[in-house]
Design a binder for this molecule. Structure first.
Ligand SMILES: Nc1ncnc2c1ncn2[C@@H]1O[C@H](COP(=O)(O)OP(=O)(O)O)[C@@H](O)[C@H]1O
Ligand SMILES: [Mg+2]
Length: 484
């Protein structure tokens, strides 16, 4: 049997959930340890906190300060949270009787960690996202689970959300998962290009790779994003109310009736119609003075060029095994919401009829598209997909830097949660409320996470784990522009 590294001894009051350890070895907070339990065998635990206990009283400290020679007695004490063990049926269990004081505590062996936390060793259908923090244990997430049960990726700005999302997309590509990305900043086009080699890649066994043959780019604004194919919608699919919403005329009253009249005429005379048709119809009507604000708004909308008589076909946008990036760089928030609403609606309807492949819909800046307060044009359909999408093989991946501002009902439907550094108290509270099995000390750790380390829970991972995210194979597009 291989030698185990002893790091301390169980002491004091001992329960079955938490133990105190005098620390004699070299260990850090967050590391896994193992302890023998008299009836359950080897048990995995996680060292949550280390404290240095000393006998230096205030009185003695004052004497020390005055220059006297004072001896300080000290001991390192650790608190270990018990994670548990796998029983003979493979179910995660925790001991039901206390541990014994005096038991030695060892650094956990990789084999026990893998067994207890449920890491899949097979690379089949696994998304390789990185290594267990402080260990050389690769972490794979079950791709079917990710797609079927929704994912949330939460962190403050600069916490590494988009970088990690890029890692996930690379894994989706390798596993043939069809993906649509709502990309408000045009960050994901760079998945086409291989990253520069770095030393860090060796540690994670990553090699630079580009995926230009798997990426298709669309944009409602091909002037701002000339590399993209246009995405267009047919105006005739929109109700008068939706049109008014879209052009930002929230007080419908003066416009609804004239607009409805104009649309009815166009429908009966032309069938499909353009914004220009609609404008000239409104111009001709006896209400033209009342609706001048509407006419102006429609002229602005026409300049965006997002409507045409024939819209982009969804089966052109969604391609089996490929990643379709909807690049919305430079597109106004109203149009972005409409694009997300139309596209999500179409994807959901087509998935119900199995007319497009099962897929993952990734939404960056989700607080804008499904806000907790107020409403976006896209709120309703995204809520429907969150609650019903899994039945039809339409997975949702929600990304946000303001978890507290994302619709709670949608967040609660995400069974896999990936959390990077978060410091805002409201956001931490939202996370604490929505992540099962998160200890108070883990919640504290989230505030101090280095960039690139994530807390992952759900999928095949049976309790919250810290994972060091692997380097990207492709260029990360979210890099701030360097001036010098
Ligand atoms: N796993 C990682 N490994 C190395 N660098 C990372 C990692 N994650 C993020 N970074 C760095 O941090 C910066 C911010 O990450 P990004 O994903 O763009 O943040 P945001 O959460 O705002 O989307 C990136 O430009 C990148 O350089
Ligand atoms: Mg980002």
């Amino acid at each position: 049997m291989e030698e185990m590294e002893k790091i301390g001894i169980v002491f004091g009051d001992v329960s079955s959930k938490e133990i105190q350890v005098t620390i004699t070895g070299i260990v850090e907070e967050g590391e896994f340890v193992q302890v023998f339990h008299q009836t359950s065998g080897w048990i995995l635990g996680r060292l949550e906190r280390i404290e240095r206990k000393t006998d230096l009283s205030v009185e003695k400290a004052l004497l020390l300060n005055a220059g006297e020679n004072i001896q300080i007695q000290e001991v390192m004490v650790g608190t270990v949270n018990i994670v548990g063990y796998r029983d003979s049926k493979g179910i995660l269990q925790v001991p039901k009787t206390p541990f014994k004081a005096g038991e030695p505590v060892y650094r956990a062996k990789d084999s026990l960690i893998k067994d207890v936390i449920g890491i899949i060793s097979s690379k089949n259908n696994g998304a390789y996202i990185g290594m267990l923090y402080n260990h050389q244990i690769p972490i794979y997430l079950d791709i079917n689970y990710l797609v079927q049960k929704h994912v949330s990726i939460l962190a403050k700005t600069g916490g590494g959300k988009s970088y990690l999302t890029g890692v996930l997309i690379e894994e989706f590509i390798k596993n043939g998962v069809t993906t649509v990305v709502i990309d408000p900043h045009g960050e994901y086009i760079s998945l086409k290009y291989p990253a520069q080699f770095s030393k860090q890649m060796e540690k994670f066994s990553v090699t630079p790779k580009g995926y230009s043959d798997k990426i298709v780019e669309f944009s409602p604004d091909t002037k701002a994003n000339p590399g993209a194919k246009p995405i267009k919608f047919t105006l005739s699919q929109l109700t008068p109310r939706e049109i008014l919403n879209l052009v930002g005329l929230t007080d419908y009253r003066p416009y609804l009736v004239p607009l409805r009249k104009a649309i009815d005429i166009l429908k009966s005379t032309k069938g499909n119609y353009s914004i220009k048709d609609l404008i000239s119809q409104l111009d001709k009507s006896e209400d033209s003075a009342t609706v001048s604000a509407l006419i102006n708004a429609l002229m602005t909308l026409d300049e965006v060029g997002i409507f045409s008589e024939i819209g982009t076909k969804i089966d052109e946008i969604v391609q089996k095994g490929k990643v379709s990036i909807i690049n919305m760089k430079g597109v106004s928030p109203d149009i972005q919401e409409m694009v997300v609403q139309r596209l999500s609606f179409a994807l959901f309807e087509l998935r119900k009829r199995d007319a497009v492949p099962p897929m993952m819909l990734i939404i960056e800046e989700a607080h804008n598209f499904i806000p907790q307060q107020g409403k976006a044009l896209s709120s309703r359909i995204l809520r429907t997909i969150a609650s019903e999408g899994r039945k039809f093989g339409l997975g949702l991946c929600i990304i946000s830097q303001r978890p507290a501002k994302v619709d709670k009902n949608v967040l609660s439907q995400c069974n896999t949660q990936i959390i990077l550094k978060v410091t805002n108290p409201n956001d931490l509270k939202t996370i604490g409320d929505s992540v099962e099995g998160l200890t108070r000390s883990s919640l504290e750790e989230i505030q101090r996470l280095p960039v690139g380390v994530a807390l992952v829970t759900g999928a095949n991972i049976s309790f919250p784990l810290f994972v060091e995210i692997r380097p990207r194979e492709t260029v990360h597009g979210g890099e701030g522009v360097r001036v010098a």
